[in-house]
Design a protein around this ligand. Sequence first.
Ligand code: DX5
Ligand code: ZN
Length: 224
Amino acid sequence: MSVRINPSILAADFVNMQRDLARIGTADFVHVDVMDNHFVPNLTFGPQMVERIQAVAGIPLDVHLMIDDPERWAPGYAELGAASVTFHAEASSDPVALARHLRSLGARAGVALKPASDAGAIADAIDEFDQVLVMTVEPGFGGQSFMPQTMPKLRALREAADARGLDVWLQVDGGIDEKTIVTAAEAGADTFVAGSSVFGAPDPAARIEELRAVAAGHRHTPGY
Ligand code: DX5
Ligand code: ZN
């Protein structure tokens, strides 16, 4: 099981995006937070901006859609070339059908769960997804504190994936730093989004490598 570190450009300088993307060359994916001011009370950008990020990043995109009606909008992000497209289960009328559609367009299909959302239906259909994102803060803003009460859900998803022998990636997003990444890695995460802890570092590329090394040193062991 490899470990991936995906910096969130929500913590980048939006008017110096290309400069900030050049500072995270050690990242596995660029995590791109799309917010619509309806599903979450914040607004970022849409496909036009994401397409430009894709063109200049040099690293595959991990798009996190915090939007209503993902059935309508998510396929466009796969079509513009995002490697991974994650939509929220709470916003989707049929997560399995949408995941199949995204896969048919060549993207990795991800589904996200807010902190209070149950993993049951997603765990039951886990083979339909390439990635499950366990939100470790309420979606909408960077710089919030990690919520450890989300870890039992992560452990349940790890058990579901391992029981079926699946290589589904389990991602955490929100409040991830060199301390909380230990908790999340031990609970079964293998893909880590970090915004403030990467872009707030004097050397973001080096911080990514530090986070990856910490996570790799605290891998989940079955039964934890
Ligand atoms: C929150 C976003 C996160 C956010 C993480 O809604 O989905 O990706 O940027 O930021 P930090 O790492 O600062 O909590
Ligand atoms: Zn995110």
